[in-house]
Design a protein around this ligand. Sequence first.
Ligand SMILES: [Zn+2]
Length: 325
Amino acid sequence: MEGIKLDDVVLKTGNRINGFINYGQKPDGSNFRIPVIIVDSKLEGPTLLIDACTHGDEYEGAEAILRIMDEFETRGFRGKLIGVPALNFEAFAEISRASITDGFNLNRIFPGNDNTYITHRLAYVYMERVVKYVDQVITFHGGGDVLHLEPIIGYLPGDDSVSEVALGMAKAFNVKYNWKMQNLPFTGVSALEYKKAFGIPTILPEVGSHCDRLKSREKNVKICYEGILNVMKYLEMLEGEVVVRDDQMTVELNYIHSRNGGIQKLIKKENDIVEEGELMGEIYDVFGNKIEELFAPYRGVVIGFWSVPVIRPGDWWYLFAKILD
Ligand SMILES: [Zn+2]
């Protein structure tokens, strides 16, 4: 495909290429690499990049990407699909949120650079060799191993045409919660940098979590899969009507951190609407004494929480959203 060039091609069929982009040689001679799947319809249309595992323990999107790429190898559509099921491949393989080698969180260091740490180089190489050549991005996240999250779709707000497309993609993805990503408490996020560098609309679905995988792994993969199909319809890569549920809500997600470490008790749970001042959670010390109470700082809806009984001081305790409409 024009633009995206792979260093190692491992499969080439009529319209599909599987391969790797290399971004750093290791002491044993092997490479750090990004797995890439390209499915080209050979018909004019957008180039949609779908990636997962920017955080290595968030697998629901990865499974959906593999399903989509297999399906569109034989099913007709317009444009090109670029699938990156495991962007931080090292973290993916080691079941880790962050990179193993240097410990960085990939979604805090975009746009990266070519001359410092290996995770920074991953961000840089990905932007220069993949993202630069696409028209839209779906970048999957999720609760990973320690959080629970209800499905929620992030988009960057704004009055420009890039933001308008991102909002349309978010609504088309079609889960209950649309996350207007304003007042983000961190920088170096891929969606922000893709917009800044290349004017590319990006949506960030958060779907699934480890505590949900026992019963709902397939259900969550299906949410990702159907979301992609609906976004493809919105982008006119596929024919058909964009199906949108009527209970979509716009929210602003906020992260409430624990003050102390201990054994935490969740009083408010997923999807609960909580009034300002209501008790949400408690933390107990190792002797069973209550050492912390969390009261809702505003009226909102519980999107997610720390799902492990033990919490450390400063961990994300609740993902608590303000309701905007
Ligand atoms: Zn993530």
